[in-house]
Ligand binder design. Structure first.
Ligand code: PFF
Length: 475
């Protein structure tokens, strides 16, 4: 049975795939822009504390559940406790909802990378020349948005259909080291630009003032970012854990994944912040448009070399995005594969990867067509949920992207993480995690620390995040 589902070829392959899942738009898009809006260093500090006290426990818990059961989330939770099968379903629905906007953003990144590639050779300057208007025009062009989303989805489906070792692991083994090298090249180039220093000061200079003015705001932003960035609370890590071999060290792998993910987020910040300092007069607060509109302006201001840097930068964002989106698609595909295998049928991986991709594509259409929140009022093809349902929007934009994001990242993800850690802390008990981790022959370290995390810190922290999110969404 195990073989029918597929498995990673090596521990390195597993680590690179899990790091690939974690390192994504969350790191390179979300981290710098949220840091830019939430006080730089103060945000970084809170993020690091959360990754250690919350992220590590949840990561170890999810890997252990996945490997212990050898199943993707629905079957895994059912095996642990029938009453909690709903958690498994939630862990499949969340990736589905995330992909309804993640695929669209991935397609946009791909278009940016190709724009810069063609600009290097002077074949055309589309997307590079009309720097101030390009982003706005692009997102209002429904046909273009759909086209690039579709291309991105096809590549994803192709890789997931090729299997865990044959597709995902193979891609990540080449993609992840390449991403790292490209990050380094762009970091070094940006570092030697006059004025870059201010960006580092914003990121690393000791300044806790933002925590005094809006502690809750910074905490909420950092917590949401940490969960999303580490791929926690939504089935991906459980699924990858189910392919992890029994001889491998779960705790060590969890630490490696978290360290690599955090490192890449900081490295992405070390591109975006100094670049904004050097080329955009320190305009760090570009918000969600930072990755597209602000960075495009940055590369434009670099002159010709900006085409090369832009190409490298968006290519590395593309690799990061696709290695994450394939892990989300894998969660959905493996849900059906596991069902088939349990019923003694052929796994049907290819078929279900394609079916899932097509269904998600249909749900991506509203995201492509509402002009990322421009809505009918600003010339988009369809209305935002706020326009359609006539909602009086309070703390969020209520466009289709935010709508999918609110349901998934905002509500279901903290809920899932809260219930999971509560169950480990109080019902299934830490022993379940310890036993699974020690199967490999490695001693479980930090029992008291993990116990306190599962029993108190994580469930209470998540309850708080959930409350804060609901307040944001419903004013
Ligand atoms: N961690 C990815 C990112 O930072 O972009 C996004 C993600 C992937 C979230 C896989 C959830 C997931 F299950």
């Amino acid at each position: 049975m195990e073989n029918n589902r597929g498995t990673f070829g090596s521990n390195l392959g597993f680590i690179l795939a899990a790091v690939g899942s974690a390192v994504g738009l969350g790191n390179i898009w979300g981290f710098p822009y949220k840091m830019g809006l939430n006080g730089g260093f103060a945000f970084l500090l809170v993020y690091l504390v959360l990754a250690i006290f919350v992220g590590l426990a949840v990561m170890v818990g999810e890997l252990a559940i996945g490997r212990k059961t050898g199943m993707s989330p629905v079957a895994a939770y059912r095996k642990l406790s029938k009453k909690f099968t709903w958690m498994g379903y939630m862990a499949v629905i969340v990736p589905f909802l995330i992909l309804c906007f993640y695929f669209v953003l991935g397609g946009m990144v791909m278009r940016y990378a190709l724009s810069y590639l063609t600009a290097i050779f002077g074949w055309n300057t589309w997307g590079v020349e009309d720097v101030t208007t390009f982003f706005g025009t692009f997102i209002l062009n429904g046909g273009q948005m759909i086209l690039w989303t579709a291309i991105f989805i096809v590549i994803n489906a192709f890789i997931v259909a090729a299997g865990v070792a044959g597709g995902i692991e193979k891609f990540c083994k080449i993609g992840m080291p390449a991403l790292f090298v490209m990050l380094l090249v762009v970091i070094i180039y940006v570092a030697v630009q006059p004025g870059a220093m201010d960006g580092y000061k914003f990121m690393f200079g000791w300044n806790l003032e933002p925590l005094k003015t809006d502690f809750l705001g910074v905490l909420k932003a950092a917590a949401g970012q940490m969960f999303f960035s580490l791929s926690l609370g939504m089935g991906a890590i459980i699924t990858y854990g189910s392919y992890l071999q029994k001889k491998e060290n779960v705790q060590k792998n969890a630490v490696i994944i978290i360290v690599c993910d955090t490192l890449v987020a900081i490295m992405a910040g070390m591109i975006v912040m100094p670049a904004c300092a050097a080329f955009l007069d320190g305009a760090y607060g570009g918000g969600p448009g930072l990755l597209f509109a602000s960075m495009q302006q940055v590369f434009h201001n670099m002159g010709y070399i900006g085409n090369i840097m832009g190409f490298l930068f968006y290519t590395l964002v593309f690799i990061a995005a696709i290695s994450s989106s394939m892990s989300l698609l894998e969660v959905i595909t493996s849900f059906k594969v596991d069902q088939n295998v349990a019923e003694g049928k052929a796994p049907g991986r290819k078929k279900y990867a394609i079916i899932a991709a097509v269904i998600i594509f249909i749900f991506c259409l509203p995201t492509c067509l509402d002009g990322l929140g421009n809505g009918l009022a600003n010339g988009a093809a369809i209305g935002t949920p706020a326009e359609i349902l006539n909602i009086d929007v309070k703390g969020w934009n209520c466009d289709w992207l935010d709508f999918y994001d609110m349901l998934s990242e905002g509500i279901m993800m903290p809920l899932g993480a809260m219930v999971m850690t509560f169950m480990i802390g109080w019902i299934w008990k830490l022993d379940m995690v310890v036993e699974e981790c020690e199967v490999s022959g490695h001693k479980f370290w930090g029992k008291t620390f993990f116990d306190i995390c599962y029993k108190f810190i994580t469930p209470i922290g998540m309850a708080f995040v959930l409350y804060a999110q609901v307040l944001t969404f419903f004013g």
